[in-house]
Ligand binder design. Structure first.
Ligand code: PMP
Length: 458
């Protein structure tokens, strides 16, 4: 029936009956009806290549047949909680999920959203350490619930009510926009083209940022802390990468202060970075707690916290209950997602197609002055737009909007991010092909050329 709802009528309902804090993408918001793998179809049958599915949820492809079949089968059988009665699905899933993780990350809590997972991670870090303070990065997004919002350090998500007591924000070691950074200091097939301020061709960015991290530890928090949370590559802020080695040193410093290290794998997990299954592995660290959401369920609302037995025990002194976390539907979906990643060889595809895309996009960076940086790993990619490469001033949002709208009109959906909304974010379903990349890069190229033509005419 909903198919016959007129577009204008839906806009009216949206205005009157749907939370106004939710903002639609695009001047004329897309009205979607269907998805298939890397493709989305709107109500008029127009097809779009979805370069932003991963950020939203979809890892293995919209309505992946294997995942859909698993959900349909379970739907007809039992939907219930698995937290007061046993059901095979949660056992099978917990075993399968942890088989992808190194020791000692073996205990799983299933939740319903990433925010809830980060809330729980904070809670356990505090219970386990008996400390309170948690450090996060500037520009981080870890959730919108009141507890996790304290770790989210992006002004546009803040609402001026008390939150974040005991959360301290530290400098983001961003090798493109931050004060230090240069060639060969990040783990990406594409390095920055900014001139490195470091001496004699050797990049000292990591040391400089670690000094800042130490400064936060020495001046802004108590002597002992509960933990530190970071994504392996910062997502909402536009695929921001840290210098190689940073997280490893930071983890050590945090542990010296009694804190636990939390890796938010909501965006970087499940093979997205290509070289590894988990983002933390790209930094050669093993966190104490990881949080998972979005791609874990390929669109199904589910999330998880995985931690060590010792940390998990801190929560076992009393009851901790979650009605829907780990329900049978979520568990069979999560399980099918893991199978699909393996059977469709999606981690390798992320690596091959992601690297290809990064290198193709780097050609656009070299051609257009306003493409300041192309970065990322696998299929987690950021294209940072600037007025010019020397100043690195963010390109004004209105100018990026036009490029972004033009891409959509030509059939390619891209995400937005960054503290100044200056970065185009690319996180397609991991089943994308090189042919799709050729199409997407050509579309972005056309949109950039149009923009440059307009800029010259002005
Ligand atoms: N962590 C990260 C890195 C995220 O990107 C998000 C969502 N953008 C969250 C946590 C919160 O997830 P959810 O929206 O499912 O609460």
């Amino acid at each position: 029936k909903y198919r016959s709802y007129p577009y204008e009528h839906m806009l009216k309902i949206r205005e009157q009956n749907i939370a106004p804090s939710l903002r639609m993408y695009y001047k004329k918001p897309l009205l979607l009806h269907q998805g298939h793998m890397q493709w989305l179809f709107d109500y008029e049958g127009r097809r779009y290549l979805d370069l932003f599915a991963g950020i939203v949820t979809v890892s293995v492809g919209h309505c992946h047949p294997k995942v859909t079949m698993a959900a349909q089968k379970q739907l007809a059988c039992l939907w219930h909680t698995t937290n007061i009665y046993m059901h095979p699905s949660i056992h099978e899933y917990a075993e399968k999920l942890t088989s992808f993780l190194p020791d000692p990350l073996k205990v799983v809590y299933l939740t319903n959203s990433g925010s809830e997972a980060n809330d729980l991670a904070m809670f356990m870090a505090r219970l386990y350490t008996r400390n309170f303070d948690i450090i996060c990065f500037r520009g981080a997004y870890h959730g919108g619930s009141p507890y996790a919002l304290g770790l989210t350090s992006i002004g546009s998500y803040k609402h001026g009510v008390a939150n974040g007591i005991g959360c301290s924000t530290t400098m983001l070691p961003d090798v493109f926009r931050g004060p230090w950074g240069g060639s060969n200091c990040r783990d990406s097939p594409v390095q920055t083209v900014r001139r490195c301020s470091c001496s004699e061709g050797v990049c000292h960015a990591n040391e400089q940022y670690i000094e800042q991290f130490k400064d936060t530890l020495n001046t802004s928090v108590p002597k002992t802390i509960a933990g530190f949370i970071a994504e392996p590559i910062q997502g909402v802020n536009g695929a921001v990468q840290y210098p190689k080695g940073f997280l490893k040193e930071a983890y050590q410093l945090v542990r010296e202060r009694g804190g636990v290290c939390i890796s938010d794998e909501v965006q970087t997990g499940f093979g997205r970075t290509g070289s590894h299954f988990w983002g933390f592995q790209t930094h050669d660290v093993v966190p104490d707690i990881i949080t998972l959401a979005k791609g874990i369920g390929n669109g199904f609302p589910m999330a998880a916290v995985v931690t060590t037995k010792e940390i998990a025990n801190s929560l076992a002194q009393n009851l901790h209950f979650n009605t829907f976390g780990g329900n049978p539907l979520a568990c069979v979906v999560g399980s099918a997602v893991l199978d699909a990643i393996e059977e469709d060889n999606l981690q390798k595809n992320s690596k091959d197609v992601g690297t290809y895309m990064l290198l193709e996009l780097a050609k656009l960076r070299d051609k257009f002055e306003i493409v300041g940086d192309v970065r990322g790993k696998g299929l987690m990619i950021g294209i940072e737009m600037v007025t010019d490469k020397d100043s690195r001033h963010p390109l004004p949002s209105e100018e990026i909007n036009q490029i972004w709208e033009d891409c959509k009109d030509m059939g390619v959906l891209i995400g937005r991010g960054g503290l100044y909304n200056q970065t185009l974010r690319v996180k397609p379903p991991m089943c994308i092909t090189k042919k799709d990349v050729d199409f997407a890069v050509e579309v972005i190229h056309t949109a950039l050329e149009k923009h440059m033509g307009k800029a010259a005419a002005n």
